[in-house]
Ligand binder design. Structure first.
Ligand code: G3H
Length: 529
């Protein structure tokens, strides 16, 4: 007989969700094909077994083409209702969507916990942060529109300059932030007048289903189309047609490159990409160790290290290496593991069934090449978890030095000369962020000047992170293309386009009449309040 584990009533899975519809051309269409099971690595009973949450459609080329046609028709070569709509009206659609979305908070948060193992506070934060992101985007777009509601004149030529949409966007998000990061692409893409096809990530798919109706009822038909299935089966055929104008993807560079290569005219394709990273922490000899350890714990292990912004390698100065390793290792072992709803759980089950064995491979490889595990619990494995191992000394031949582990394992490298971590960063394929720990301004200053040119955010005595979402989020080399932030994303998903006319009586009179008649949605000096 199996013994149920204690799960608060509101988080229990009482009914499986079998998704049988998808959103295409404004219609929640019935899906009669094959479904794939959605499982959670979280057990419901003391005798471990994964939990079946439900199933999702396993779609293919036919549905992909249907969604593409819907998005292409809704854009209608720039003549569609959505790309030509008044900014004010597009904003109203978005406001209607976000209000309906807010009503689904509890459902989405519960699924975030079960599908990807994110803790309750972090799942709530992901939802609330996304809602806030949408409201901030609306405000920023209003300001962008207000700033464009004017004419300028140079060399006898008037110009009315705005930002216009790019066309059809294929939007693919990651499993670690299946709501926030996906919407951080989709929302600005839509509000700027593009039409979109969106496919949820490999995990965190069911949590999109409570929002399908909100999408359907808030936007004109074909503006948002939502597909389910494997990227290879649905995204690749869409790219092959050459009808996608923007590939918006948060994931890894391999998939981004593979999809980009499918496009027959890659010069036409705009890329908005958030890719992998291997953000280092650099700990100088005068670092405040209490603060450094606290920041390195959250930097390496928030959401079990499954963040693109996670600290994935720690460089510590030889003089404080022993002290750091001792204190950091005991801080790692003092963390609490539990299910996402357990009070104070900082480490939670890994959603990818194969992740513990992948981390074990990295661990074995590093140990075989001379690294030691410095914390007592390091590498302890259960059915859905592997305890984070603090590994030292880590060298360049080890897989964990090179690969983006995206999970609970912490490589530590020591240095005596600051040029060592700097050389490694310059040679790295990645260039997202760095965390720099130290106090002496004469040491920090030249380092900041160099690091700012190697990555795109230097975090001083602070762990790496994307937020607050108003700040620019980007990276160099294989880490990103384009910049995301509330402000920048509106620009990444649009292009400057304008009406120009020579200053003469005919033109001036025509423009005056045009403005008075209020018949153009583009050429308008209306001020949105
Ligand atoms: O996976 C990468 C995310 O953009 C990280 O966001 O720093 O807010 O956790 P975060």
């Amino acid at each position: 007989m199996q013994t149920q584990i204690a799960i608060p009533e509101e988080f229990q899975i009482t009914e499986q969700i079998h998704q049988k519809t998808y959103l295409v051309n404004g219609e929640l269409k019935a899906w009669n094909g094959k479904n794939s099971e959605v499982i959670s690595t979280i057990a419901s009973t003391k005798e471990y077994a994964h939990t079946v949450l439900g199933s999702i459609p396993d779609m293919g080329e036919t549905e992909a083409m249907e969604a593409l046609d819907a998005a292409t028709n809704a854009y209608h070569r720039g003549q569609g209702v959505w790309p030509t709509m008044k900014v004010k009206d597009r904003i109203e659609c978005m406001e209607s969507f976000v209000k309906k979305m807010e009503e689904k908070r509890e459902e989405v948060v519960k699924l975030l916990m079960w599908e990807i193992g994110k803790s309750l506070p972090d799942s709530r934060k992901e939802f609330d942060r996304t809602v806030e992101y949408i409201y901030d985007t609306i405000e920023d777009y209003k300001q962008l529109d207000r700033n464009s509601a004017k004419f300028q004149k140079h060399d006898g030529v008037y110009a009315h300059i705005r930002r216009g949409p790019l066309g059809v966007v294929l939007c693919l998000g990651p499993y670690n932030y299946p709501l926030n990061e996906t919407f951080a692409l989709l929302i600005p893409a839509l509000i700027m007048g593009n039409t979109a096809i969106f496919k949820p990530a490999k995990h965190g798919v069911l949590l999109i289903t409570p929002l399908l109706e909100a999408f359907q009822s808030s936007f004109p038909k074909g503006v948002v189309n939502i597909l389910f299935g494997r990227g290879r089966a649905v995204a690749a055929p869409i790219m092959k047609t050459g009808k996608v104008d923007v590939l918006a993807l948060i994931g890894n560079s391999k998939s981004a490159n593979a999809l980009q290569d499918q496009h027959p005219k890659s010069n036409r394709l705009r890329l908005v990409l958030g890719l992998e990273a291997k953000n280092p922490a650099i700990i100088l000899p005068d670092a405040d160790l209490d603060l450094t350890i606290k920041e390195c714990i959250s930097g390496t292990l928030s959401f079990n290290g499954q963040r693109c912004t996670a600290l994935k390698v720690i460089y510590v100065h030889e003089d404080i290496k022993d002290e750091f390793l001792k204190r950091f290792s005991s801080a790692v072992d003092a963390l609490k593991f539990g299910n996402p709803w357990d009070e104070g759980a900082q480490l939670t089950p890994l959603p990818e069934p194969g992740k513990p064995s992948y981390i074990q491979e990295l661990l074995d490889d590093a140990k075989g090449k001379g690294a030691k595990v410095h914390n007592k619990k390091g590498g302890k494995t259960s059915e859905n978890y592997i305890w984070p191992a603090v590994l030292y000394p880590v060298s360049k031949e080890m897989r964990v030095y090179e690969e983006e582990q995206f999970g609970p394992i912490i490589p530590v490298v020591s240095f005596t000369d600051i040029e060592e971590p700097l050389d490694d960063m310059a040679a790295s394929n990645y260039g997202q962020q760095v965390s720099l720990f130290g106090k002496d301004v004469y040491t920090l200053s030249p380092l900041i000047d160099t690091l700012a040119n190697l990555v795109c955010r230097v975090n001083l005595n602070s762990s790496c992170q994307r937020g607050p979402d108003v700040y620019p989020f980007t990276g160099r080399k294989d880490s990103a293309q384009s910049t995301l932030s509330v402000h920048d994303a509106l620009r990444s998903f649009s292009i400057r386009t304008f009406v120009a006319f020579k200053d003469n009586d005919l033109n001036n009179e025509t423009i005056e009449q045009l403005l008075e008649a209020k018949v153009s949605n583009f050429l308008s000096t209306d001020y949105i309040l």
